[in-house]
Design a protein around this ligand. Structure first.
Ligand code: ZN
Length: 669
């Protein structure tokens, strides 16, 4: 539940040096289609790693690529069959011209980007812009008994019937979120059955001080009237991909330092046993290793894709420390207890002793699974509350990714269009990037780790609203402290202008500009977006009498302007207090009222306006990445002497390559 996505890219992150750009040649953007831009990222200082570290990056990166199919299958049970069919047609097509082909290519690019046929962010099924007749023609021509992955009629029905599997993740109030979601975490069971199944397990574990994250690594199915879990492990579901991952992890262990070797071996043990206790053991070792230069995430980690927030999607990130930028987060970590003690919340819900806050700025070397092509710009793990409480959490912000976002956004005209006042634009230009970076650091490093539950609260009471509330909590913590003089005092910011620039941007984005990413007529579904809307609208309403936030109309355009930063900060504090109370007490009804009241429904007129203004700028609202490639250099005896990095800049080729070389699962699992 603890990822911060790079969607500040919509706001201030895009503002640096507008004079520089305006050129059609944008060397950081390698592809654009539909609502997506694909960016390349660089891995500065890779060359400075030791040979063993480079090798470690190489092996962990191979492991990262081997889990790609798992995510496709998790997102929807027919995704792999569909992807393979589309790739076969795409590769074998003789005539690659014309409108139908262009629409087909765009569709395939979208499927690669989303790791399936549902939008990675809105979760809505894609609508093909090519005709069924054309598609059936290609099926007849290029798909035969040898390369057929699924029945043609079923395939066409899935692609072209709008109603069928319409949403990957349907969390609308009042629906059965399990049967109405197309994700592949459950089959043959309904919401009541799922909740009964896991409530039973949780009840049996009620007095365990180290509660197991039941359901995290399995699909729950009902077959012949019996409900049981198909566990994702070697010898279980997804075994062929997990075997490859373990193969590369074993290689990685041979070049890792002793501490990290133990971590990797614990992960291998878990992949073999599928036992969630082993996963916790691994997580504890992993969180304690704060010294290793190279680090990684590899596993079933985040549960955004499950409507009930239990099942985790597979992901991987390989990275190493950005030494210079780490000085920022080290200051934060050193002051962690002060932040906790001064949080504007009920003292009973503050952590008495903040443990193991480790925060660093990292350089990403490889993205995989649910972190590819779209990735977070910050990560805070592990997710298990008891481990966070007992052993702390590791928190990272990813500098080379935000840097690439920033570069790719130069000169796109966003600030001129959406920021009304010259002084706000100026502040954003000077302090925007630093404000974004610090917001991410505070959100990840301190926000998620802060606070504690009341005795008797288990942590699963908030059900479908828990992710939104948790993100709001971390954001509010970051926003509140960003405007604290303490930050100037400890040298993190030169002046509070950094905070004010972030406040303007956050409110504008939450209230208005982020809406460009949602189709007209739809509600806000994704939890990070919900959280931003919740905060912006709540503060707007509560500050209305004092005109803290103002909606200004000028030449028919709406602008969101913050008039009083100090009062806004006070509102952030008040909302944080309530959000923490809700989490600590597990107050479902209050949580529901807050989310449904502020975070979901969109004003249709404002929505339409934002979409049109954004469209006129030609800015794709979503970004993702192509990975670098690594190659082992060996001597005559086959001994590794170096690892070379290169930066391919072709999105299509990368995905065809991954589909060919890193695809290990059958089409149906
Ligand atoms: Zn977060």
């Amino acid at each position: 539940m603890n990822k911060l996505f790079g969607f500040f890219a919509m706001g201030v992150l895009m503002l640096t040096s507008c004079s520089e750009a305006q050129n059609a040649e944008q060397p950081w953007i390698v592809d654009r289609f539909d609502d997506i831009k694909v960016i390349r990222y660089e891995v500065p200082a890779f060359e400075n790693l030791t040979l063993e570290e480079k090798e470690l990056v190489y092996y962990l990166s191979e492991a990262a690529k081997c889990g790609r199919d798992i995510l496709f299958d998790q997102n929807f049970k027919y995704n792999l069959a569909i992807r393979r069919t589309l790739e076969t047609i795409y590769t074998e097509l003789e005539v690659k011209t014309g409108d139908e082909f262009a629409a087909f290519e765009k569709y395939l690019k979208k499927v690669w980007f989303a790791n399936g046929i549902h939008h990675h962010y809105s979760n809505d099924k894609f609508t093909p812009e090519f005709s069924e007749a054309w598609f059936r023609e290609q099926l007849t021509k290029y798909i035969n008994d040898e390369n057929r992955q699924m029945d043609n009629d079923l395939l066409c029905k899935i692609l072209f019937d709008k109603e069928l599997y319409a949403s990957r993740l349907n969390q609308k109030e009042g629906v059965d979120v399990i049967t109405e979601s197309a994700g592949n975490y459950y089959e043959g069971v309904n919401q009541v059955e799922v909740e009964a199944f896991y409530n039973g397990m949780a009840a049996a574990d009620a007095n365990n001080p180290e509660p197991i994250s039941y359901g995290l690594n399995s699909k729950l199915v009902k077959e012949n009237g019996k409900i049981y879990e198909k566990v994702w492990k070697i010898g279980g579901m997804y075994s062929p991909a997990l075997e490859k991952i373990v193969y590369w992890l074993e290689k990685a262990a041979t070049v890792a330092n002793p501490t990290q070797k133990e971590v990797i071996e614990a992960l291998i043990k878990y992949y073999k046993s599928g036992d969630l206790k082993d996963f916790d053991d691994y997580s504890v070792l992993w969180v304690k290793d704060t010294q290793s230069n190279v680090d990684f995430v590899n596993g079933f980690i985040e549960s955004y894709g499950d409507p009930l927030g239990r099942k985790a999607s597979w992901e991987s990130v390989v990275n190493f420390r950005d030494v210079e930028a780490c000085k920022r987060t080290e200051i934060m970590a050193a002051n962690a207890q002060w932040f906790e003690d001064n949080a504007p919340i009920n003292p009973a819900y503050r952590k008495k002793e903040v443990k193991g806050v480790s925060a660093k700025v990292i350089t990403v070397a490889m993205l995989g699974g649910d972190c590819y092509p779209a990735t977070a710009i910050g990560i805070n793990l592990p997710n298990a509350d008891w481990i966070r409480k007992e052993h702390g959490s590791k928190s990272v912000t990813i500098d080379n990714i935000t840097y690439a976002y920033d570069k790719a956004a130069q000169g796109n005209g966003f600030a001129e269009e959406f920021i009304l006042r010259e002084e706000d634009r100026e502040r954003a230009k000077n302090y925007g990037k630093l404000g974004d970076d610090l917001h991410t650091d505070l959100h990840e490093c301190l926000g998620h780790g802060s606070g504690q539950l009341a005795p008797g609260t288990k942590g699963d009471e908030l059900r479908t609203y828990s992710s939104t509330l948790e993100e709001a909590r971390a954001d509010l913590f970051a926003l509140y402290y960003l405007g604290d003089e303490k930050l100037v005092e400890i040298g993190l910011i030169p002046s509070l202008d950094v905070a004010w620039s972030q406040y303007s941007d956050y409110i504008m984005n939450g209230y208005m500009t982020q809406l460009s990413r949602i189709e007209l007529g739809k509600d806000v579904e994704e939890s990070h977006m919900r959280n931003r809307k919740l905060i912006a609208e709540w503060c707007y309403e509560k500050g209305k009498a004092e005109n803290v936030i103002e909606l200004v109309k000028k030449d028919g355009k709406t602008y969101v302007v913050v008039n009083d930063f100090v009062k806004l900060r006070k509102l952030f504090g008040e909302l944080l207090c309530e959000v923490q109370r809700i989490k600590s007490e597990g107050d479902y009804e209050a949580c529901k009222a807050l989310v449904e009241g502020y975070a979901v429904k969109i004003n249709p007129e404002l929505h339409k306006e934002v979409i049109e203004r954004n469209k006129a700028l030609n800015i794709e609202p979503y970004g993702g990445f192509v990975n670098p490639e690594y190659e082992l250099v060996t001597d005559a005896e086959g001994k590794v002497t170096d690892v070379k990095i290169s930066y391919p800049a072709n999105y299509v080729e990368q995905h065809l390559h991954y589909g060919k070389e890193y695809s290990f699962l059958p089409s149906l699992n």
